[in-house]
Design a protein around this ligand. Structure first.
Ligand code: ATP
Ligand code: ATP
Ligand code: MG
Ligand code: MG
Ligand code: MG
Ligand code: MG
Ligand code: MG
Length: 269
């Protein structure tokens, strides 16, 4: 191993700010697509929800979890994703800039890399970008409230967007009349518009739209075929080898109530 040669310029390293994350806190990195309102328009996203885009976001987030260390859970909706590093993580000595830049760059390159797998008939017209931030939460309640906040945001926006686009696409309203119609309405009013005017039961809309996506590590049994030649025999034969592996899996479930967390106590451990 070799050390970097010292030079008279070396002192400039001391200008680097210390951005070590406070010990024992949950480290959350949230990224968000830059100017995705325009990006969605230019790439002909289906309104209100483009499933290809959501699945691409989920694929990129799973890639981030598999490539980087210590992420215990992630939550995504629209053009955003939040990643939670375990409290005791000492990845890159807990430097905030390392957490954030590795997450955002791995996500961004994955977005381009996996684009064509999800958007078969839509070419990527320009390189998309994502912003990132780091937030520290000192206890489990704060972390759960953070994730609840993002999922509540998903619900509020999706109910609004679903009603807005029903009024436009099925009701024939212009965008501005639809917006006018929804001004001052509460959740119950929007549910009622959807049900009575468009025969849409909001609660039957796909869960990926209403709840967003939670990614967690799950133990899965995987079978692989291996050809072995038993001792003293000439012929090889195929045997099935079972092993348990940790995989990142997506769920479109409520994470605001206790049930999700009670069923997976290891996440907050
Ligand atoms: P900023 O750069 O400030 O984040 P933005 O245009 O990305 O600006 P956001 O508040 O992040 O604004 O909103 C993202 C927008 O991207 C949504 O309002 C929606 O128009 C669009 N969008 C993102 N994902 C999807 C999707 N899966 N289906 C349809 N539209 C989407
Ligand atoms: P870290 O993730 O900590 O940055 P690293 O392996 O990227 O680890 P660096 O100190 O950034 O380590 O060094 C980058 C290495 O990549 C170089 O040491 C060299 O081996 C290789 N490398 C980068 N660019 C080139 C290049 N243009 N030609 C040949 N090798 C290169
Ligand atoms: Mg380097
Ligand atoms: Mg934003
Ligand atoms: Mg955005
Ligand atoms: Mg957003
Ligand atoms: Mg390097």
């Amino acid at each position: 191993y070799r050390t970097m040669a010292k030079s008279k310029f070396e002192y400039v390293r001391s200008f680097e700010a210390d951005d070590t994350c406070l010990p024992n806190c949950w480290v959350v990195v949230r990224l968000d697509g830059r100017n995705f309102h325009k990006f969605a328009d230019q790439h002909n996203f289906t309104k209100p929800n483009d499933e290809r885009a959501l699945r691409l976001m989920n694929k990129c987030a799973a890639t981030v979890m598999e490539e980087l260390g210590d992420i215990v859970i992630a939550y995504g909706q629209s053009d955003e994703y939040s990643f939670v590093f375990k409290k005791k993580s000492n990845w890159f000595k807990r430097r905030a800039s390392k957490f954030m830049t590795h997450v955002v760059s791995q996500f961004s390159s994955s977005f381009v890399f996996y684009w064509s797998e999800h958007f078969k008939d839509q070419t990527l017209l320009y390189p998309p970008g994502f912003d990132g931030r780091v937030i520290l939460y000192p206890n489990n309640q704060n972390l759960r409230d953070y994730l609840s906040w993002r999922q509540a945001d998903c619900h509020i926006n999706n109910l609004y967007n679903t009603t807005f686009w029903a009024l436009v696409q099925q009701g024939g309203l212009s965008n501005s009349l639809s917006e006018e119609r929804l001004k001052g309405t509460v959740a119950g009013d929007k549910n009622e518009i959807l049900f009575s005017e468009f025969n849409i039961n909001y609660n039957k809309e796909p869960e990926i739209y209403r709840k967003g996506t939670v990614l967690t590590w799950c133990k899965v049994e995987e079978n692989s075929n291996k050809r072995i030649t038993p001792l003293g025999e000439q012929e090889g034969k195929d045997v099935v080898i079972k092993r348990t592996r940790s995989r990142v899996l997506p769920f479109h479930v409520d994470i605001i109530a206790n049930q999700f967390w009670e069923e997976r106590p290891e996440i907050l451990a």
